[in-house]
Design a protein around this ligand. Structure first.
Ligand SMILES: [Cu+2]
Length: 179
């Protein structure tokens, strides 16, 4: 999840290097299945880079995508203008970054590989499958590995349905106005 890094000059004045969580409208929920502990986070849109882009551009924030694809909307993939594989998305107020962190209940460790499905069910009970990408935040490193995407979530109530290697879990979330 994105952290708002305090610019170096400011950090210098504060005499400490720190970062704060973006909490504008962020959703954080936790649940368990038989084998996994799941943490769902929804926050501001993230710039997402492929590993090749990251090697070239050396971004200091955003996320590295290891697999899958990045979408801008629930229902459709939204490549950047020009069709290049750049996956940072257009920003709209309703565009959020949804990420599902999966931990083994046996070891407590991040689960880096799993068959994961995520769907957003809106108040009309329409089921929108989310294209699942594997990624991690550049400033947090591979331990941050999670599954998710940038998706369009206007204010409202949603059920997020997930399955991890066949183990199902659902989250009821509310996206507030102005988030
Ligand atoms: Cu992510």
């Amino acid at each position: 999840m994105r952290k708002l890094c305090i610019p170096l000059a400011v950090a210098g004045m504060l005499a400490m290097s720190t970062s704060v969580r973006a909490d504008d409208g962020e959703v954080r929920q936790e649940t368990q299945t038989r084998h996994y502990r799941l943490v769902l986070m929804i926050g501001p849109t993230e710039a997402v880079y492929t590993a090749a882009q990251a090697r070239l551009e050396r971004p200091s924030s955003g996320e590295i995508m290891l697999g899958g694809r990045v979408a801008g909307n629930i229902a459709d993939v939204m490549p950047e203008a020009g069709g290049a594989p750049r996956v940072a998305t257009r920003s709209t107020p309703d565009l959020h970054h949804l990420e599902l962190h999966i931990y083994s209940r046996a070891t407590g460790k991040t689960v880096p590989e799993a068959h994961v499905t995520i769907a957003v069910v809106d108040s009309d009970r329409t089921n929108h499958p989310v294209p699942v990408a594997r990624m991690y935040a550049i400033d947090e490193g591979p331990d941050d590995l999670h599954f998710g995407n940038n998706i369009n979530l206007p204010p409202g109530h949603y059920t997020i349905e997930t399955a991890i290697n066949g183990e199902r879990a659902r989250f009821a979330v509310m996206m507030p106005e102005g988030s």
